[in-house]
Design a protein around this ligand. Structure first.
Ligand SMILES: [Zn+2]
Length: 255
């Protein structure tokens, strides 16, 4: 190969390599209206997440309250349908736990603590909770957090390698218990505010009143309490969430 051609070849290879990396590593999430750095997708995290979920079902106390379970299932089905999912692919479990908390994991499982019903006063407010959780999945927040952490840990070299069909390998090497626990870590402030807004869009589409999302956060604020993973996390503060939600609801013309 002539020198000039060799150089062209080299540039082309680099473009394929980094172009490819950009394709897998960075994509635009239309719901979020921003690009995301993703080495893995929800589906890549699901097996580990589901392992963690079945552990939880064995070790945590699951509520047998039939009416509470039915209520979560009924509102949940409306919410995930409005979010564009097949409702039959989702599972909801009510945990006997006094903390007003809820969470979602890739693999379409939503957990709601019985303590959540200290602040959830009606089905619209429950819809706000479940809409927020479904929004974390739409927003691929766990996948994004995982990707950022992996890239920081393993460096760009392996991150580029991971785009060459070795994503599963990266998950295998750096996943395990870390990923399992990572899935239940609090989200960033940015992720929480995004989930609040997308959650409101979803609940409105499902026929619930957006203003009840604000009411929910006021109840949460009145309840007080220290920071807790996921729903009750202290970042952003309830006051910030309330003011941002109010502005968003007004901007969108929701009731
Ligand atoms: Zn959240």
């Amino acid at each position: 190969m002539k020198r000039a051609n060799l150089m062209k070849f080299g540039i082309a290879s680099a473009m394929v390599l980094f172009g490819g990396a950009a394709l897998v590593g960075c994509e635009t999430n239309e719901t979020l209206g921003r690009s995301q750095f993703l080495l893995v997708d929800n589906a890549d995290l699901a097996p580990t997440a589901l392992q963690g979920w079945s552990e939880m079902l064995k070790t945590a106390k699951v509520s047998r309250d039939v009416s509470l379970n039915n209520r979560v299932r009924t509102v949940g089905a409306k919410i995930v349908t409005a979010a564009g999912y097949n409702a039959s692919e989702w599972e909801y479990v009510v945990f006997e736990n006094d903390q007003p908390n809820a969470f979602v994991i890739p693999g379409n499982k939503i957990g709601v603590n019985t303590g959540m019903f200290k602040v959830v006063k009606n089905d619209d407010q429950l819809a706000a909770v479940l809409g927020h959780e479904a929004a974390h999945i739409i927003g691929k927040h766990a996948a994004e957090r995982y990707s950022q952490q992996s890239a920081a840990q393993i460096g760009l070299q392996v991150a580029v390698g991971a785009t060459e069909g070795r994503v599963q390998q990266a998950v295998a090497n750096y996943g395990g218990l870390g990923a399992q626990l990572g899935l239940l870590l609090p989200y960033s402030r940015k992720h929480e505010l995004e989930a609040d807004k997308i959650g409101v869009d979803i609940m409105v589409r499902a026929g619930y009143r957006a203003s009840e999302a604000v009411a929910l956060w006021r109840n949460m604020q009145a309840q007080g309490g220290a920071g807790n993973p996921e729903f009750m996390s202290t970042h952003p503060s309830e006051a910030t969430r309330i003011s941002q939600l109010e502005a968003y609801i007004q901007q969108r013309g929701y009731k």
